[in-house]
Design a protein around this ligand. Sequence first.
Ligand code: NAD
Ligand code: IPM
Ligand code: MN
Length: 350
Amino acid sequence: MKTFRLNVIPGDGIGVDVIREGRRVLDRIAEVSGGISFQYHELPWSCEYYLKHGKMMPADGMAILRDCDAILLGAVGFPGVPDHISLRQLLLPIRVEFDQYVNMRPVKMLPGLNSPLKNETMDFVCIRENSEGEYCGKGEWKNHGQADEMVMQHSIFTRKGTERILRYAFEYAKKNGKNHLLSATKSNALNYSMVFWDQIYDEVRQDYPDMTSAKMHVDALAGYFIMHPDRLQVVVASNLFGDILTDLGSAMLGSIGISPSGNINPARKYPSMFEPIHGSAPDIAGKGIANPMGTFWAISMMLEHLDCKEEADQIMTAMQHVLREGKAVTQDIGGKASTTEMTDAILAVL
Ligand code: NAD
Ligand code: IPM
Ligand code: MN
């Protein structure tokens, strides 16, 4: 029996609902597999925690988090605590501290989804830089309240950070039998960051002569997502561009509630973290209607990362079965089922 130790941060809003449902799925996987089990260490770090303690996590939070096989997170951020505080004290520092510089975000149409693009072939991955770039958090705010008030928001693109994500994307493509890669740029306007990104892309691509690759300005690429999703295989993007493109990708499937996100530390020196791509959805929090599929998909990615491919596939197969048969359809994708009913339907298949 192999026991996986999971640090679980439900977080805020619907994060709490979807993680509760995710644990039900994991429990069932443990039951039916016979060979694996999960030990959960649930951490209450959230905006509620902040309002009580004045911080999003305790001072030794990172040390507590580090000690596990993987981290499962719901969503962070809720009205009452400014987003730049909650996110910059919890989610974003975890990605940096544990060198989770790859953010893997698959965009794959599941049969049964009722998106306007449901008849398109759509099966690609976005590989998002996850540790620097536009998210470096540095800047300046000058002359508060005066006529010449100004702010500067910096981006940091290092050679190491840029090269490793581009190389990871090419390697990923090679290992997964994909022969086409697109690099998101905006070097027509961003005359430092994206000119540098393009230059390193040009260097790295020399090592992959069998791969066709191209760069595309991110605005044009957003249009290309909608017009030609069938031509996409691997998309590599900076932190901010990847963030925006992947909400678009999930919306193309029919809802922001569907897609997963794997924050990966490729060296496996630190734990990787898995979460749905969506946020805490304050507008539907507490209503019991959130779609838990993004979390189930993230759990599937986590199991694959933990070398439990069979169990990872079981979850994806169950989700597809439920969708195809219309067994439970949440409101965001055109039905009436509650969060719990969607999970019940999936457990019935598992
Ligand atoms: P959001 O993803 O929370 O919500 C956007 C819209 O999508 C809302 O209308 C919401 O109801 C809907 N939605 C999202 N997930 C859904 C689901 N599973 N099922 C059904 N509908 C769903 O984005 P937002 O409104 O920009 O952000 C809300 C808060 O969450 C903010 O504090 C934001 O910073 C935070 N956030 C956190 C994460 C994270 O922790 N990874 C990600 C995104 C946003
Ligand atoms: C995501 C989220 C975060 C991001 C926010 C909440 C900081 O949108 O995980 O996609 O931009 O990375
Ligand atoms: Mn996002």
